[in-house]
Design a protein around this ligand. Structure first.
Ligand code: F6R
Length: 240
């Protein structure tokens, strides 16, 4: 495990883009998950600038990490649409280089199996870029999730619904269920980059690194993760 401590938001963005650019340069067409949420926004903003200098930064395949369940393809709340607006279209990742979760699928089990098959056919996840929820969720693997599960449907916890309300203005606008890549699949990622930012993540970041590994805090699986890099700011690291 390598922890890169950054001083402020700008430093966070610079270090994240440096890591990403180096990775895609050395591993062309790799399968990469990108998180939504507030944490990665400075990283994506900085990536737009990097793309102007290096237009090969888009040579990767985007893989959905998680997605709300039950939304139509044009819904602005879909994480795939959020990332499309924020980063994928601005840097020119073509739709054919995106493997997304079908929020509107009727047969969830069948869809999840197909999605896992798509990951396997690409040789697995090359780089899982993830954030962390205040309750220790990774993707939408909420506390209590099986740490060996593949992609599956989940019911969101009240804590997650409350925190996601910040994105969409009210809790009513937050879907109550989701499909997420499971921890079992994330554990098999060849490389992982965890992004952590802000004082409100200090407690969960400490628990992630020091609690016993258990589904009570899903992010604790990271303690045993191979090739894990963490980019964290001073605020998030203040309890370590
Ligand atoms: C989103 C995701 C979530 C977020 C987490 C942190 O795609 O996978 O696990 O990374 O909820 O969200 P922020 O960054 O808004 O604190």
């Amino acid at each position: 495990m390598k922890i890169i401590e950054v001083t402020d938001t700008n430093d966070f963005a610079i270090k994240s883009v440096e890591f990403f650019e180096k990775f895609v340069t050395h591993n062309s067409n790799s399968l990469i998950t990108l998180p939504t949420g507030n944490t990665p926004l400075p990283f994506y903003e900085k990536m737009l600038g990097a793309y102007k200098k290096n237009n090969k930064i888009n040579k990767f395949i985007y893989l959905s990490l998680d997605e709300y369940y039950g939304l139509e393809p044009d819904d602005h709340r879909l994480f795939a649409n959020w990332l499309d607006r924020e980063i994928l279209t601005p840097i020119g990742v073509s739709p054919s280089n995106r493997i997304t979760i079908n929020s509107a699928c009727n047969d969830v089990e069948k869809f999840c199996q197909k999605f896992e098959g798509q990951i396997e056919s690409k040789g697995g996840i090359d780089l899982a870029i993830i954030g962390i929820g205040g309750n220790g969720h990774i993707g939408f693997n909420e506390p209590g999730s099986d740490l060996n599960s593949p992609t599956h449907k989940v019911e969101l916890t009240q804590e997650t619904i409350t925190s996601n309300a910040e994105y969409w203005g009210s809790e009513d606008a937050v879907p109550k269920s989701a499909i997420t890549i499971g921890i079992g699949t994330l554990k098999k990622a060849k490389n992982t980059l965890l992004l952590v930012r802000g004082a409100n993540k200090a407690e969960i970041f400490k628990a992630t690194l020091s609690n016993e590994i258990s589904s009570a805090v899903p992010s604790t699986y990271l303690q045993e993760q191979n090739n894990l890099t963490i980019i964290a700011d001073k605020e998030a690291m203040k309890l370590l």
